[in-house]
Design a protein around this ligand. Sequence first.
Ligand code: SF4
Length: 277
Amino acid sequence: MTIADSSACIAANPMLPVRAASLKRFISFSGGVESTTMCILYGKGSTAIWCDTGAEHDLMYNRINEVESELKVLHEGDFELIRVKSEKHKGLEDYAKLRKYMPSGQARYCTRLFKIEPIDNFLGTQGDCELMVGFNADEDGRTGNLELKANVKYTYPLIEAGLTRDDCEDILKLHDLHPNFPVYMLRGGCRMCFFKSEKEYRAMYHLNKKEFMKMIDFEEGLQDKRLKFHSILSSGKSLRQLAAECEREKAFLQLSDFTELYKSLKKETSCGAFCHR
Ligand code: SF4
């Protein structure tokens, strides 16, 4: 299918609700499956907003640039992608290190300060507008961690169109825009995300050791004066200990060892509306 064919297909698809033309339209963009699908289907005339926590995986920056340039072509220049970040704080990892305070399910300041607030601050300057949120039809009823701004109309076009996760993946493959993230990136856009399990950090070690080593530095920088340990892993095991285990298992490891992990994580949606999924 050529780009022209696919554009015609998008325009002609009766399943897709017509977006209100009167409001300025924004897409909550994370780089993942659902939000990229929204950029394909509803990106023409819209602006995608991506929020950089400062702790994103290296591959994510490449992904954002790739989607931006491909979508500009697909929508004949009538598509914009903007990058926002916290104006108050330097970045999530610096914030955590300075305060010796790791985000967690109980203390999820990461999403609030480094995703929701910067996006809300930006949207607050835009007058009446629409923000498209990428929950799919399998997630009907979910509202996510959105602050409701009075000037913003929050819409869920994938749910309205009845598009499931599988449908979104098909659309992305058709456009050759599937993220195909490595398994350690499937949950949590941030490389130090507490949603990732030991198995995912193990995969990060074997598939992207350079990034894993940066996470060791980050974790060790989180220790307080008493050397009380703030670990990324909920078990309390340090990443340095995990690295030693990974080194020992390296000789016996097959890449196929990650297949089951990939399958088990593929449909998980741990983070909220603004975090990468
Ligand atoms: S990806 Fe994880 S660490 Fe990053 S903002 Fe979301 S929940 Fe927090």
